[in-house]
Design a protein around this ligand. Structure first.
Ligand SMILES: [Zn+2]
Length: 569
């Protein structure tokens, strides 16, 4: 990013008054009040991330103390007198700005100590603004402390830092401390909108939000990006322009990688990573973008996408379609795994998303338990619970097809429906019929009883219940409006396709047998699961142990590539 280029806009739009500093009202109000009341401290400590207004506020404070348009310190410096102008330009003789990173020795601080004793030349105060003060050496801090303990009446220190924890407590306790905050998205968008208007430049809201998101609450970064875009775009600044200028990966690549994850298409996944590296993109940046992408998918699961994402309509549509193909637990897993990859990046985004994922996980406890959680629990339970390396079906080198592995295990007594229930067909009606009966029993005991008399089959998208000739009472009861709607609701929750049913009476009084699969709740798998596959799965000692520890049953068997990744850890 061209430093000179951004300077233009940042300097041009640098706030000149306390009320122009956005997002730090809690700081500027206190400073104004103190100046108005004539209670000016000798040392201030400004804490906060880079580019959110610490130095700007320090300069306004210096102007407020030394403005010549007023007889005393004023909360409203004129901005036009000799002092105000030179302080704004950073070359006032009494306001000395020092970079703590390059002047961090004890001699540097000794020089400051001697200079600050001298009476100011043109202003009321001699003011030292020390940026990145945490970079000072320990002897330098000790020298500074001596001055802070006995400051000359005209001496003022404004210390600024991004890393408060590196400042000795003895220094902090001598200062009036101000914590600067990252600026809210809406405030930054509002600021950019104002600048665009004054610059006679048009920009879409989606573009402004994309800039604000990229700036992560930093005003200077937002202005810098916007400045680049002003020279980059001849016409209106659009969403895609922001991606171009920031060197972000094309949205389509994110969608493609997501699709490849869904398809468990490892060659495509590796090819995309290769393309990104070959294209000279920053991988850590890409991981952040993937994280953001999965977070967007999570938000799409909440029906609040339009309100929360501030993305173009077609992008939200594409995200929503993709989100539907993921189970919530799978998305959470992906978000957490990508967040772990970025945890070394000191990123606000990674922290926020990890928090969101945790919150969603917490609120889903008891409804859905991911295999990850189960495995963690097993590890806590003790040795040998989850052998990390000798599980069956290790992924073969270079083989694109993932190992078959059962996925979610649901705790007994809290069966939750899968997000996409299976279609009911003549082939699986024997397996699904007991599930329908059990779900019906949960809803209404009598409904379960009346269903117990019927034999079930499927005709297209209709469930057919056949009753023996001597079971007309059961048949008539099930046809009553209340029972009918209850059963139809059960069908809607258990099957993908069947929404209604019809009843038939058979000649003869024999009890129905053709679907009479005895449902045995002691079996460690649901009747909807292929028993052969379930038994195969249970030969995995980890699965067996999970079932044992949680008194669980296998509800569904899915192919999950992320587990094989876990195996190799
Ligand atoms: Zn002035």
């Amino acid at each position: 990013m061209a430093e000179g280029n951004y300077q233009v806009l940042a300097r041009k739009w640098r706030p000149q008054r306390f009320e122009d500093v956005i997002g730090q009202e809690h700081v500027t109000r206190t400073l104004r009040n103190a100046i108005e009341a004539g209670r000016v401290h000798h040392a201030f400590l400004f804490i906060g991330s880079r580019g959110i207004g610490k130095t700007t506020t320090a300069r306004i404070l210096a102007k407020a103390l030394n403005c010549r348009a007023s007889d005393a310190p004023t909360p409203d410096p004129c901005g036009a007198c000799e002092n105000c102008v030179s302080i704004g330009d950073g070359n006032n003789i009494d306001v000395i700005e020092i970079d703590g990173a390059s002047n961090n020795g004890v001699d540097d601080v000794r020089e400051i100590r001697e200079n600050i004793r001298m009476v100011p030349t043109s202003g009321r105060y001699k003011i030292y603004i020390i940026d990145e003060v945490h970079q000072l050496s320990m002897p330098a801090f000790n020298a500074l402390l001596k001055t802070l303990e006995e400051p000359p009446p005209h001496g003022v220190f404004i210390l600024a830092t991004t890393e408060a924890h590196k400042i000795p407590a003895t220094i902090v306790s001598r200062c009036q401390r101000f914590d600067f905050r990252r600026v809210a998205l809406d405030r930054i968008v509002e600021l950019l909108r104002g600048i665009a208007k004054q610059e006679g430049k048009k920009a879409t809201d989606e573009a402004l939000y994309a800039i604000a998101r990229a700036a992560e609450g930093g005003v200077r970064d937002a202005e810098s990006i916007f400045d680049q875009l002003i020279s980059y775009c001849e016409d209106e600044i659009g969403f895609n322009d922001v991606y171009d200028v920031l060197g972000l990966v094309d949205r389509r690549v994110l969608h493609e990688l997501c699709q490849a994850i869904l398809d468990q298409d490892i060659p495509t996944q590796l090819r995309i990573v290769e393309d990104i590296v070959a294209g000279g993109k920053d991988l850590s940046q890409f991981v952040q973008e993937m994280l953001q992408h999965f977070r967007n998918l999570l938000v799409c699961k909440t029906d609040q996408a339009a309100a929360l994402l501030a993305l173009p309509e077609d992008e939200i549509k594409a995200l929503s379609a993709q989100a539907q193909r993921f189970l919530l637990t799978r998305l959470l897993q992906l978000v957490e795994q990508f967040a772990q990859l970025t945890s070394g990046f000191d990123s606000q985004l990674a922290q926020r998303i990890a928090l969101e994922a945790l919150l969603i996980r917490i609120s889903k406890v008891g409804v859905e338990i991911s295999v990850d959680t189960v495995l963690e629990k097993l590890l806590l339970l003790g040795a040998g619970a989850a052998p990390p390396r000798d599980g069956p079906n290790p992924p073969e080198a270079g083989a694109p097809s993932p190992p078959r592995r059962p996925a979610p295990v649901q705790p007994r007594g809290a069966p939750s429906q899968p997000e996409r229930p299976p279609a009911l067909t003549p082939e699986n009606v024997r397996q699904l019929w007991p599930v329908i009966q059990e779900r019906a029993r949960e809803n209404s005991l009598s409904l379960g009883v009346w269903l117990g008399h019927a034999a079930a089959s499927v005709d297209g998208d209709t469930l057919v219940l056949r009753y023996a000739a001597d079971q007309t009472h059961a048949r008539d009861t099930i046809e009553q409006a209340e029972q009918r709607s209850a059963l139809e609701a059960v069908l809607a929750s258990v099957t993908r396709n069947v929404r209604t049913f019809r009843t038939e009476l058979r000649a003869g009084a024999a009890a129905p047998r053709e679907t009479a699969v005895e449902y045995d709740p002691s079996q460690p798998f649901y009747p909807s699961v292929n028993p052969e596959e379930a038994r195969k799965a249970m030969t995995d000692p980890r699965i067996a142990r999970i079932l044992d520890v949680f008194k669980g049953r296998i509800a569904d068997i899915r192919h999950d590539v992320s587990l094989s990744h876990r195996d190799s850890e």
